[in-house]
Design a protein around this ligand. Structure first.
Ligand code: FE2
Length: 192
C-alpha cells in the first residue's frame, strides 16, 4: 500500500504564535513528508509492501522501521495539537490527579522528561494494560506501541520541531507546546 502524508486538521498558520507557519512548512511539509516518501521507497519489493503502517512498525527494523515509526509518531503529534482551547475529560483529570497528584504535577514531570531526553526523541503519556498512566521517553524513531503501551499524547523533541521558532531553547518550546494540546484527542484516546 502507498502511505500518504497525513492531512492536518488545521492550517499551517493556525498554531501561531506558539508554533509558526514556517515551522509547520518544514516539519510537516518537509521532514514528515520525507519520512513518508522514504518509507514508500524502502518497502518496494519487500514483504512490507502490502502491510499497513502498524504492521510494519511491529515487525520491521532498520530504515523501514525508522521511517514507518516516524510517520506514525508525527501523525500522532499533529493530532495532539489543536488551535482551539480544549479541556481534559473528568475521567482523564481524575487519572492524572491519581497518578501525578495534580495537572501541575503531571506537567512538571512531563517537562522534566522532555528536557532530560538526550538528543532526538519523543515524550509520551501512555496507558498500560492495567490502565495506569505513565510518561515514556523514546529515542529517535522509537515508539511505545512496540511495547504494548497505548499512547494518549506525544511531544516531538527532535530539534527540527522547535529550532526555527526557539533555536535551542527546548523549555520555551515545551511551554508553548503545552498551550496547544488537544485535550479532547488525549481524553478520547483513553476510551478508544
Ligand atoms: Fe518531528
Amino acid at each position: 500500500m502507498v502511505h500518504e502524508l497525513k492531512k492536518l486538521n488545521y492550517e499551517y498558520n493556525a498554531l501561531e504564535p506558539m508554533m509558526s507557519a514556517e515551522t509547520l512548512e518544514y516539519h510537516h511539509g518537509k521532514h514528515h513528508a520525507t519520512y513518508v516518501a522514504k518509507l514508500n521507497g524502502f518497502v518496494v519489493g519487500t514483504d512490507y509492501e502490502s502491510k499497513n503502517l502498524i504492521e510494519i512498525i511491529k515487525n520491521s527494523d532498520g530504515v523501514i522501521f525508522n521511517n514507518a515509526a516516524q510517520v506514525y509518531n508525527h501523525d500522532f503529534f499533529w493530532d495532539t495539537l489543536s488551535p482551539e482551547e480544549t479541556q481534559p475529560s473528568d475521567d482523564l483529570t481524575q487519572m492524572i490527579n491519581d497518578q501525578f497528584g495534580s495537572m501541575e504535577g503531571f506537567k512538571k514531570s512531563f517537562f522534566e522528561n522532555a528536557v532530560s531526553l538526550f538528543g532526538s526523541g519523543w515524550v509520551w503519556l501512555c496507558l498500560d494494560e492495567n490502565n495506569t498512566l505513565s510518561i515514556v521517553k523514546t529515542a529517535n524513531a522509537e515508539t511505545p506501541i512496540t511495547n504494548g503501551l497505548k499512547p494518549l499524547m506525544t511531544c516531538d523533541v527532535w530539534e527540527h520541531a522547535y529550532y526555527i521558532d526557539y533555536r535551542n531553547a527546548r523549555p520555551t518550546y515545551l511551554e508553548n507546546y503545552w498551550k496547544l494540546i488537544n485535550w479532547k484527542f488525549v481524553s478520547d484516546n483513553v476510551k478508544s
